[in-house]
Design a protein around this ligand. Structure first.
Ligand SMILES: Nc1nc2c(ncn2[C@@H]2O[C@H](COP(=O)(O)OP(=O)(O)OP(=O)(O)O)[C@@H](O)[C@H]2O)c(=O)[nH]1
Length: 212
C-alpha cells in the first residue's frame, strides 16, 4: 500500500536576538494600553496610572514563516523620566511614536520627540507615527490628514489606532516585525519589503469624521 504523501512542513526560523521596540509619546497618549492590547487583547479602562520609568513585555510574532521575538519597552511619557528613557533609545531597533488625536499638544510635541529620537536613537531605527484614541472621534482635534502630512515630511509610516478597540494595533507591530526580519537577512526568493506601502495597503481608517 502506498504511503500517503505528507506535505513538507514550512520551516519556522527563529530570529536569534530579540528585536527591541520602544513606545514613545507624551504622557496619557495610550502607550501602556497599546502594549496591553497587543500583548493580552485587553483594554485598561478607568483610572489612568502613569508609567514610572520604563517597563517591558515580550511577545513572539510569526511573519512569513519566521518567529520574531519582540521585546517591547513601554516608556513613561512624563518629562521627569526623560533622562531614564534616553538611556534605552540606543538599543531600540524600532520606535512607535504615539500622539492622542483628542489632544493637540501631544501632536504638537511630535516634532520635539523626533528631535530627541535623532539625538539618542540609532541612525537607522525604524520609526512609525501613530495617532491613537481614534475610537473617540467626537473629541477629535487632530485631523487624520495632519498626521499623514507630518509622517510624509519625516518619511515614516502613519496610522490612526485605538488601544481600546484594537484598531491597527496588531498591524503596527506586525509591520515592524516584518521590517526587522527583512533587515535581518533577506531570503533569495523574498520580494523586497516597503513598510510604508505595507501599512498603507492594510491599515483600517476611522469610519467616522465628525471633525471638520
Ligand atoms: N478611548 C480611548 N482611551 C484610551 C486609549 N488608549 C488609552 N486610553 C486611555 O488613556 C489614558 C492613558 O493611557 P495610558 O496607556 O496609561 O497612557 P500612557 O501613554 O502609557 O501614559 P504614561 O505612562 O504617563 O506615559 C487611560 O485612561 C486609558 O484608558 C484609546 O485608544 N481609546
Amino acid at each position: 500500500m502506498a504511503r500517503p504523501l505528507s506535505a513538507p512542513r514550512p520551516s519556522v526560523r527563529t530570529t536569534i536576538s530579540p528585536a527591541s521596540v520602544m513606545l514613545l509619546g507624551d504622557s496619557g497618549v495610550g502607550k501602556t494600553c497599546f502594549l496591553i492590547q497587543f500583548k493580552d487583547g485587553a483594554f485598561l479602562s478607568g483610572t489612568f496610572i502613569a508609567t514610572v520609568g520604563i517597563d517591558f513585555r515580550n511577545k513572539v510574532v510569526t511573519v512569513d514563516g519566521a518567529r520574531v521575538k519582540l521585546q517591547i519597552w513601554d516608556t513613561a511619557g512624563q518629562e521627569r523620566f526623560r533622562s531614564v528613557t534616553h538611556a534605552y533609545y540606543r538599543d531600540a531597533q524600532a520606535l512607535l511614536l504615539l500622539y492622542d488625536i483628542t489632544n493637540q499638544s501631544s501632536f504638537d510635541n511630535i516634532r520635539a520627540w523626533l528631535t530627541e529620537i535623532h539625538e539618542y536613537a540609532q541612525r537607522d531605527v525604524v520609526i512609525m507615527l501613530l495617532g491613537n484614541k481614534a475610537d473617540v472621534s467626537s473629541e477629535r482635534v487632530v485631523r487624520s490628514e495632519d498626521g499623514e502630512t507630518l509622517a510624509r515630511e519625516y518619511g515614516v509610516p502613519f496610522m490612526e489606532t485605538s488601544a481600546k478597540t484594537g484598531m491597527n494595533v496588531e498591524l503596527a507591530f506586525l509591520a515592524i516585525a516584518k521590517e526587522l526580519k527583512y533587515r535581518a537577512g533577506r531570503q533569495p526568493d523574498e520580494p523586497s519589503f516597503q513598510i510604508r506601502d505595507y501599512v498603507e495597503s492594510r491599515k483600517k481608517r476611522s469610519s467616522c469624521c465628525s471633525f471638520v
